[in-house]
Design a protein around this ligand. Structure first.
Ligand code: FES
Length: 150
């Protein structure tokens, strides 16, 4: 456990129970996931039951209990994107990255996920890598997009 890194995060807060979500967000940003040992310390320091910390950590999709890749690729397979080839796009990414949807590449560079809607239905099919949106993505655009992150 990297206690020094965790203490750096906790030192920014008063360590009240209400700080739980912001603390978890900072840990997620720093570690790219929520390590279980760190969650035990968070529970102690915020005076919360560990079960409550895990409950919050597993409720929100922005948190992950397993390490994610350096880049998170989210492909929309919502209704509009599905009709415009979103599933085909997800399969293409899966084949090109050599990883099933929901998993992380062996080199830890990409985590591939699907989502129900990215809120840009008019530009379907849509995908995101980290904070960058890619609109009207066709399968033939995938290699050029991925190259930016390799
Ligand atoms: S269904 Fe894909 S952005 Fe809404």
């Amino acid at each position: 456990m990297d206690l020094q890194r965790l203490e750096g995060i906790l030192s920014r807060y008063a360590c009240q129970p209400a700080d739980l979500i912001p603390v978890l967000q900072d840990i997620q940003d720093s570690y790219n996931y929520l390590p279980k040992d760190e969650l035990k310390v968070v529970a102690e320091r915020l005076h919360l039951p560990l079960a409550q910390v895990f409950s919050v950590a597993t409720f929100f999709t922005m948190f992950s209990l397993v390490p994610k890749g350096k880049h998170v690729c989210k492909v929309c397979v919502g209704t509009t994107c599905h009709l415009k080839g979103g599933q085909r796009l997800a399969e293409s990414l899966s084949n090109r990255l050599g990883v099933d949807i929901g998993y992380t590449t062996k080199d830890m560079n990409f985590t591939l996920e699907t989502v129900a809607c990215l809120g840009s239905c008019a530009q379907a099919p849509v995908m995101m890598i980290d904070d960058t949106y890619y609109a009207r993505v066709t399968v033939d655009k995938v290699p050029k997009i991925l190259k930016k992150y390799q």
